[in-house]
Design a protein around this ligand. Structure first.
Ligand code: TYC
Length: 101
């Protein structure tokens, strides 16, 4: 019998992992006007009036609302742009991101 017969048989399994998607989250506050929130949602997330209104109202009532999910870079860019749109008008409106489970 040759030495080769006692070699541990290892099998390398290569698993490709899909990059995790990230949620963009709209955070409620007491100062930003509702119409402004709706306007930002329409401008940055390509929502129509009724979709944007529903998301705004959910955040208003529950404190936060998931706006959409994207690849990490896109989620972060959109959250930053939307937040900056509010800052430029002096509103505290905030969009954050977090990875999906
Ligand atoms: N709560 C704000 C108001 O009553 C409206 C608002 C809704 C602000 C959702 C932020 O994410 C938000 N004017």
């Amino acid at each position: 019998m040759s030495d080769a017969d006692f070699r541990p048989r290892t099998k390398t399994e290569i698993k490709t992992q899909r990059p995790r998607l990230h949620k963009v989250i709209l955070v409620n506050d007491d100062y930003t006007p509702r119409e402004f929130v709706v306007m930002v949602l329409k401008a940055e997330f390509r929502m129509n009036e009724s979709q944007a209104y529903r998301v705004m109202l959910t955040a208003h009532q529950r404190g936060v609302c998931v706006v959409a999910v994207f690849a990490r870079d896109i989620a972060e860019t959109k959250a930053t742009r939307a937040t900056e749109m509010a800052r430029s008008q002096g509103y505290p409106l905030l969009f954050t991101t977090e990875p999906e489970e």
